[in-house]
Ligand binder design. Structure first.
Ligand code: ZN
Ligand code: ZN
Length: 341
């Protein structure tokens, strides 16, 4: 009797397994259409996130639980989760003005791994920085990633809904503007600061930034202003880190990720993460994590109601958009995670 009962049980279990397996296959198919156009191996972390998506997700929104599942996946080096997490943070910023600087390290993690969506997310973040921080246009960094995006980016016909959000017309325009700025400067050989061109008549001979060779200057004055006051020191350093530690190995890293190699074993990727400061210790940037743009959400209603208090409060000294480029040594302000992922 016992034996019969056991075998019945087993049979029932096997049927359930089969059903689960079929469901899993179905899920992976849907995931590959929606979230995985690059065809990565789907990790257990992303499958978990996908279960939550099915349960909680409303179209066009990423709720906190789903975002948290992406975060866990990202922190374990799952490339689809890295992309979705970067996208969720960037889109969340688009809709609620929430800490855009949190999206940057993850967009960069994805971009250095060769993820085509992350190129686009990253470029959009730089475009936003360019619009919001008066003095700053990270043309060289934009151009660097734009070249990869053009080479390895996905074609328009595989766009999903989220992508539509992140590449809105407005953002496309912004990207175009910074790129054109750089093109103008290089094609027409104009000073990056004052648009002055080469001229025998006025005795102007443009000089390039010797290190990145991405900008021209008419004078030492213009060059030093760009370097010291407009963030080129940071940009130039990060550009050089990318040229030295990313560009020659970009394909090697991208191929390994596509193959499904464990990112922990991709030596060039881990060296690059370190050089870019993505692995920096958390207490290096704790103070920057919750900085918001002045005049958004919290500050509007509350300051009106408690105006006396708000007068005594210090105004935020750091503009979150200024955290999007790099520190003076070219490393990121905020890291992703200090561990090897
Ligand atoms: Zn000039
Ligand atoms: Zn430079």
């Amino acid at each position: 009797m016992k034996i019969v009962a056991r075998s019945n049980k087993k049979k029932k279990g096997a049927g359930k397994d089969k059903k689960l397996k079929k469901q899993k296959e179905q899920d992976e198919l849907t995931i590959s259409k929606l979230n995985n156009p690059d065809g990565y191996k789907v990790s257990k972390f992303f499958l978990r996130a996908y279960d939550l998506i099915k349960k909680f997700q409303e179209p066009g929104q990423t709720n906190a639980q789903v975002r948290n599942a992406y975060k866990i996946g990202a922190e374990n080096g799952c490339i689809i989760s890295i992309k979705e997490y970067a996208l969720a943070l960037a889109v969340r910023h688009e809709t609620t003005n929430d800490c855009i600087q949190l999206a940057l390290p993850w967009a960069l993690e994805g971009a250095i791994r060769g993820n085509s969506d992350c190129y686009r997310i990253l470029i959009n973040i730089y475009a936003a920085a360019c619009e919001k921080v008066d003095a700053y246009s990270p043309c060289a960094l934009c151009d660097y990633w734009m070249k990869f995006s053009n080479k390895w980016g996905i074609k328009n016909d595989t766009k999903d809904e989220n992508e539509e959000i992140i590449t809105s017309k407005d953002q496309k325009k912004r990207c175009g503007v910074i790129r054109n700025e750089l093109k103008d400067s290089l094609l027409f050989k104009e000073c990056a600061m004052c648009d002055e061109a080469d001229s025998v008549e006025f005795n102007v001979t443009l000089q390039r930034c010797e290190q990145c060779k991405m900008y021209y200057y008419c004078s030492e004055k213009c060059q030093s202003h760009h370097w010291n006051n407009q963030g080129h020191r940071s940009e130039c350093k990060q550009y050089q880190i990318l040229q030295k530690y990313h560009k020659p190995y970009a394909k090697e890293i991208r191929d390994a990720i596509k193959r499904g190699d464990d990112p922990k074993d991709i030596v060039r990727l881990q060296i690059l993460r370190k050089k870019l400061g993505l692995t920096r210790p958390r207490n290096d940037y704790e103070e920057y994590q919750n900085i918001k743009e002045a005049g958004t959400e919290e500050s509007t209603e509350l300051t009106a109601e408690f105006s006396t208090f708000s007068l005594e409060e210090e105004t935020p000294a750091v503009n979150p958009y200024s955290l999007l480029i790099a520190r003076e040594d070219g490393t990121v302000y905020l890291g992703s995670i200090p561990t090897v992922i």
